[in-house]
Design a binder for this molecule. Structure first.
Ligand code: TRP
Ligand code: ZN
Length: 878
């Protein structure tokens, strides 16, 4: 449905459904163009609803074939039907059965919501409101039903038939070339967790026995011929199940757990009960095709979707405003899992980088919204970094505040009190209040208030009294002076020239945490023998910006001596940021600062690079262009940012040159070492490639030589792609030849060509707009495939600040055109692409005007989807 002014849904308007559906029996006869769905719904009035209310079932683009009540065809006067609703004005006041037959065309479904075909495979995507594209239903998460699904299809084209829950029976359909399978899911669930799959698929499987002794068959299904690439995902499922038992005491609750990879998918993956459906990018992995980052993402997303079985499925959301209840919590759980599987400090740094790259800008721009929004026009636009990543940070802060033991007790309480129900954020917090006896009502403000808080800190040392006082002041952008302060856990400590100071203490600090609850507060450490350097927000204990006047020398002390890995990394980042912002602001004081940073990094590398290469690689990676834009905050000039960053990379590369070459040799795997995606091996590759980046910045000739040699010798995609990414920044024939060779080598590998599209779309040169336009007609590119669109246009809009923000507006025009074209077939992905414009107000004047003009042209286009209309409207008015 296309509409110009979308109606707004408000949290305050929530009321329970007037009807409930206890059981759903579906009979789905799959056909490429004429799929028939018969739904038998066991309905009854909801005691908590309005007595005598009409029954209004949601629909989206549906065609009704027949409808019967308790087996009798409904008289035409007894109902009204439209593609968007089936209404029975006077339904029975006691339980009744409604049988509805609808038909749909999965092949024509380009939105990839509801039932569609991906490379010939039938699959579904129902969150948030796609089930209503399959049958008329009460498509809201607080209506939970037990589903039995019979799936029927042609046997040869569609040999595999999968549904939610457990397999019940299967067999041929007599007298035809068709067959069927029946699945039953005993756990009541909302419609958004419904799924089915039908197709020709290969399978890898493994059995698992839960801590409760239940035997579970784990299986991953992929395109024929790709089974070998599914082994890593299957092993990740097994690790996830074991971890959730060990760390959260949560066991799996069905006889089978299936994961299916499909190539056309709007997002990353989906946690349908017992039948997770994945974007194949987050399942398929082989050394030749997947980078270390891909392996890590597969492990994390497999875990994320599996963890939803408890945080999302067993306990679901009352309404979509509570989305963070499942997403923020599940991101927190997958972060903890990955930290346990890999290196905790390294993973935490990655989490914070993501938060700052995606959530901070969102929170500072026109699309800012609370972690629990209070209204929406299109719910699909609220699957955001704020709901997911900031949502996870709130759970993390809660754990920091109450401690690990109480946190686990509160989680147990949350699961047991709310099992089988559709819950709210209040229910979540109530569980922790129950086990701790604390009042969390003020903490709850984190869910309500948009914007990234700032905490200003000043430290004063009294050499005579031997005390050190830290004074804190919190503010929130856009908040009035009378806005109630947030509860901010600050993990902290003091550091001296030799390392962490153990003696000093303050009564206000317990378990290493000071809680800032007032607008202003301070604390004093006693017995401080020498002026310390404060190490604040250790482990990034709250999602805030910190203002503190620490000079480079103090920060470099933290890099050298802090016990907190996150703050060591952060210290080097802050120094680099200061040097680059000074250069951008024309305070050309960069020289000595850069030398001091290089010297400190040199000492750091000598002492530690080989002990923890993954961490060293992060320390060597400068803040991104986005980090710099975020730091500058207004009148942003992406070209100036790019130059400042290039200058510092050059300068560090020049100072550290010898060391970087030596390090590359020291961490190189001996020839013939078999590839392993484990975190330690990946860390060595990361360090080699971080070194390569700096070498190439300072010495393009050496960079070209090394990158080419690395590509020629590469035994895995990480090294090959890093070589190509280095060349991407070095214009010339060699680059073009290597790009061409890469395309030829992987001509039949769409997921690898995505990397090739992405690298080229991110080239920071004036020719890139033209290059991207050319690539749009490359045979491997397809507007119908979200991965292709994100790789080419998403990378251009989000990973190429200088060219997307071209002064002449050509970058904006390219993305705007694509959005408008895509909006006709897949509004959800078109709306995502639009978020590239999310920071337009913070740009310098000329670019700001050009971006605004592009946004206004989009807004003026007739027939925009609700998805794009919502984003463009909020971008301009927000
Ligand atoms: N719930 C999914 C997750 O795990 C994401 C999701 C929401 C999604 N809506 C979707 C995936 C639509 C694909 C398409 O985060
Ligand atoms: Zn999720």
């Amino acid at each position: 449905m296309r509409t110009e002014t979308p109606p707004t849904v408000r949290l305050d308007d929530y009321r329970p459904s007037d009807h409930l559906i206890d059981r759903v029996e579906l009979d789905i006869r799959l056909d490429p163009h004429d799929t028939r769905v018969t739904a038998r719904l066991a309905l009854r009035p909801n005691p908590a609803g309005r007595p005598g209310a009409p029954l209004i079932l949601d629909g989206d683009d549906l065609r009704l074939v027949a409808v019967a009540l308790d087996g009798q065809p409904l008289a035409p006067a007894a109902f009204r039907v439209a593609p968007s609703a089936l209404t029975i004005p006077a339904p029975p006041q006691e339980p009744f059965t409604l049988t509805i037959e609808t038909c749909l065309d999965p092949t024509a479904n380009t939105r990839l919501m509801g039932l569609y075909r991906s490379n010939g495979v039938y699959c579904t995507q129902c969150e948030a409101d796609g089930f209503r594209r399959i049958t008329y239903f009460l498509d809201r998460p607080d209506v939970m039903s037990v589903y039995t699904t019979r799936i029927e299809a042609q046997g040869r084209e569609t040999p595999v038939l999968l549904g939610n829950g457990n397999p019940v029976e299967a067999g041929p359909v007599e007298g035809s070339d068709r067959h069927y399978a029946v699945w039953h899911d005993p756990h009541p669930k909302p419609a958004y967790l419904f799924a089915l799959v039908g197709g020709r698929l290969d399978r890898v499987a493994k059995s698992f026995t839960t801590m409760e002794g239940r035997a579970v068959e784990l299986a991953v299904y992929v395109e024929p011929g790709k089974a070998a690439r599914a082994d890593y995902a299957l092993a990740a499922v097994e690790r996830s199940m074991l971890w959730d038992e060990q760390v959260f005491g949560r066991a799996y609750d069905l006889d089978v757990f299936n994961v299916v990879a499909v190539s056309d998918f709007n997002m990353g993956a989906m946690e349908n009960k017992g039948l997770n459906i994945f974007n194949d990018k987050y399942v398929l992995a082989s050394p030749e095709t997947a980078t270390d980052a891909d392996y890590a993402a597969i492990e994390a997303i497999i875990a994320h979707e599996y963890f939803h079985n408890w945080s999302g499925n067993r306990v679901t959301c009352r309404d979509w405003f509570q989305l963070c209840l499942k997403e923020g919590l599940t991101v927190f759980r997958d972060q903890e899992f990955s930290s346990d599987m890999r290196s905790r400090d390294v993973h935490r740094i990655g989490e914070v980088r993501t938060l700052r790259a995606r959530q901070f800008p969102e929170d500072a721009g026109p699309l800012a919204h609370p972690v629990r929004p209070t209204q929406y026009a299109e719910i699909n636009n609220f699957y955001t970094a704020t709901v997911y990543e900031k949502g996870a940070e709130i759970v993390r802060m809660l754990r920091t505040l109450i401690g690990e033991a109480d946190f686990r007790a509160g989680m147990d309480r949350y699961f047991s009190d709310n099992d089988g129900t559709a819950a709210t954020v209040e229910d979540f917090l109530r569980a922790f209040e129950a086990v701790t006896g604390r009042d969390l009502s003020r903490f709850a403000a984190w869910y309500e208030r948009p914007g990234t808080p700032r905490v200003a800190v000043s430290g004063t040392y009294d050499a005579i009294a031997k005390t050190y006082r830290l004074a804190f002041r919190q503010t929130r952008p856009g908040a009035g002076a009378d806005a109630p302060p947030l509860v901010i856990p600050i993990r902290l400590g003091l550091v001296g020239a030799e390392g962490p100071m153990q003696g000093p203490a303050s009564a206000r600090v317990s378990r290493g945490v000071f809680v800032l609850e007032a607008a202003e507060d301070s604390l004093t450490f006693e017995n401080v023998e020498a002026e310390p350097v404060p190490s604040l927000f250790r482990g990034f204990s709250a999602p805030v910006r910190v203002d503190i006047a620490l000079d480079d020398a103090a920060r470099l002390t933290l890099l050298r001596c802090d016990e907190d890995g996150f703050n060591r990394w952060e210290a080097a980042q802050r120094v680099a940021l200061r040097i680059m912002t000074a250069a951008i602001r024309g305070e050309a004081e960069g020289g000595p600062g850069a030398e001091a940073l290089a010297a400190a990094l040199g000492r750091f590398l000598d002492a530690e690079a080989l002990r923890d290469p993954a961490f060293a690689a992060l320390v060597l990676s400068l803040p991104s262009e986005g980090d710099l834009a975020d730091e500058i905050g207004a009148e942003i000039d992406p070209d100036a940012i790019f130059r400042a960053r290039l200058d510092l990379r050059r300068s560090l590369g020049a100072h550290l040159g010898e060391r970087l070459h030596a390090l590359r040799a020291a961490v190189e795997e001996p020839a013939g070492t078999p590839f392993s995606p484990d975190a330690t091996s990946a860390g060595r590759r990361a360090l080699r490639n971080a070194a390569l980046d700096l070498i190439a910045a300072a010495d393009p000739e050496a960079g070209t030589r090394l990158a080419r040699a690395q590509i020629a010798a590469a035994t895995n995609m990480t090294d090959r792609l890093a070589g190509l990414a280095t060349l991407a920044l070095l214009p010339g024939e060699i680059r073009e030849a290597e790009l061409a060779a890469f395309a030829e080598r992987y001509a039949d590998e769409p997921l690898v060509l995505d990397k090739w599209f992405a690298i080229q779309a991110a080239i920071p040169e004036a020719g890139t707009v033209e290059r991207v336009r050319r690539l749009q007609s490359h045979p491997a590119f397809a507007m119908t495939n979200p991965n292709r669109v994100r790789s080419l246009l998403g990378s251009f809009g989000l990973a190429n600040p200088t060219q997307f923000n071209r002064v002449d507006g050509a970058g904006y025009a390219l993305v705007a055109e694509t959005v408008l074209t895509l909006d006709r077939t897949n509004p959800q992905v078109a709306a995502r692409l639009m978020t590239a414009f999310g920071s337009w107000r913070r740009l310098e004047g000329g670019r700001r005007d050009a971006a605004e003009a592009a946004l206004r042209r989009i807004r003026a286009t007739a027939g925009l989807s609700r998805d794009v209309a919502d984003i463009v409207g909020r971008s301009l008015d927000g």
